[in-house]
Design a binder for this molecule. Structure first.
Ligand code: T4K
Length: 405
């Protein structure tokens, strides 16, 4: 461990870790098990087009999470674009979406020819609330849908948004990219809204390496989604205005099935990591971990912090740079937020005040989590954080801020 400031890697010291510690689950399955499934694929010579493994995966998801329809799709962004089309919203209508999300959420709207209306979020859960959407709906009657994001697995105010759907005649659906396994009122989060999208990217707890999933209890909508995905895997032929190749390959399904086998165990490991961080940072001034509600949180895949610059003694950006040099790849999701990203920053779009979004952009960061991170790594990271905080003044003096930021 570092004893003096000159030992920091940013000052040309040896990095604390010899390998890079990522923010990402990277739950890659046992290779022998994967080989077994791949042999099966090669023996059957059936590689895609809603094959046996994809069907098996969809069935297992529906059963495990008690949702009527689970539809596996190429990736999360394409899945969301398909959802936008399947909902048959009026052409080029406006859709409320939080600016504080992965840019893919908003890009999916754009691909579907819809116009984003950016709204702010709760400062504690980082999800949209009734109070964020109501003023926008009252201001503009051409808003026809709300795309909520269950960020970090935290549910939006689902009951209130359901009520708003009825009162304002808008369609509510969800980006649940982070929320597989999470619950709301005791039910899996995939049951709420018209549909919910889950990402199966390699950095997610349930991984197909690339992949997405749309869950819905609405059979009619599910059929439209299946028909847009492609003709393979549909149960009946229903008319859709547009289709795309959103198919899930058998290799993706093999990865996803094995990932699903390890899901419950990986949740427990993530939970242990989250609580280890929580305990170890609790006495470091200026660093706060976001709280998860045990009743709703179902995967603990993101470990999210905010930094109070004055209490910690340096800026979030400087801290992230210092950690990066030590091979701790802290992230600043989602900087820049969507409203500050091209092309949205060039467009004259209706938006909320985005006060919380702007504040989070200044102070949020995520620390390494997932399969590649052991308890000892977390102890070393937190010890380093404490060292940096105690020596913040000296570090800031030594480093030429203009060079490192
Ligand atoms: N909505 C929300 C709220 C989302 O967060 C996302 C995706 C989506 C929608 C869209 O879903 P997808 O279309 O992606 O299914 C990552 C992921 O690529 C992205 O899926 C995710 N959200 C976003 C929050 O994070 P990056 O650019 O940070 O990933 P990357 O490649 O830098 O990986 C993170 C760390 O993991 C790095 O340190 C490297 C390491 N890594 C990564 C990969 C892919 C590995 O060690 N192995 C790997 O295979 O976006």
């Amino acid at each position: 461990m570092k004893k003096i400031v000159s030992q920091l890697a940013i000052n040309n010291g040896t990095p604390l870790f010899s390998r890079i510690l990522p923010v990402g689950q990277i739950n890659i399955p046992d290779y022998e098990k994967f080989k077994f499934l791949v042999n099966d694929i090669f023996n059957r010579k059936y590689y895609t087009n809603h094959g046996k493994l994809t069907q098996d995966f969809e069935d297992k998801i529906s059963k495990k999470f008690n949702v009527k329809n689970s539809i596996a799709i190429t990736n999360g962004t394409v899945a969301l674009s398909i959802a936008c089309k399947a909902l048959e919203l009026p052409v080029r209508c406006k859709v409320i979406v939080p600016s504080f999300t992965f840019i893919g959420t908003v890009q999916a709207l754009t691909w579907a020819g819809l116009e984003p209306v950016f709204c702010d979020i709760s400062s504690t859960t980082h999800t949209i609330m009734e109070k964020n959407v109501l003023p926008l709906l009252q201001k503009d009657k051409s808003i026809k849908a709300i795309l909520g994001v269950h960020l970090w697995g935290n549910p939006c105010e689902i009951d209130k948004l359901d009520q708003i759907e009825k009162e304002y005649n808008v369609k509510v659906f969800y980006d649940a990219a982070h929320a597989i396994g999470c619950k709301y009122n005791g039910e899996h989060i995939g049951k709420f809204g018209h549909c919910a999208m889950f990402s199966l990217h390699a950095t997610k707890i349930l991984s197909a390496s690339e992949g997405g999933l749309l869950c819905t209890d609405d059979d009619e909508l599910a059929e439209k989604i299946r028909n847009i995905r492609s003709s393979y895997g549909r149960k009946k032929n229903v008319p859709v205005s547009i289709a795309i190749n959103g198919r899930f390959s058998e290799l993706q399904a093999a990865m996803a099935l094995l990932s699903l086998e390890g899901f419950d165990e990986n949740v427990l490991k993530n939970k242990a990591r989250y609580f280890a961080y929580k305990e170890l940072v609790k006495d470091i001034p200026g660093i706060e971990i976001i709280n998860y509600d045990e009743k709703t949180q179902g995967n603990y895949q993101y470990i999210v912090f905010t930094l109070n610059e004055n209490e910690f003694g340096m800026s979030r950006d400087m801290l992230v740079k210092i950690l990066e040099a030590e091979n701790i790849h802290a992230r600043r999701y989602f900087l820049p937020s969507s409203h500050n990203s091209y092309p949205y920053n060039q467009m004259d779009l209706l938006k909320d005040d985005l006060v919380v979004t702007e504040q989070l952009n200044e102070k949020i960061f995520q620390l390494p989590s997932g399969q590649l991170i052991e308890k000892e790594d977390i102890e070393k990271i937190c010890e380093l954080l404490s060292f940096i905080q105690k020596n913040a003044q000296e570090i800031c003096k030594v480093l030429d801020n203009s060079i490192i930021l």
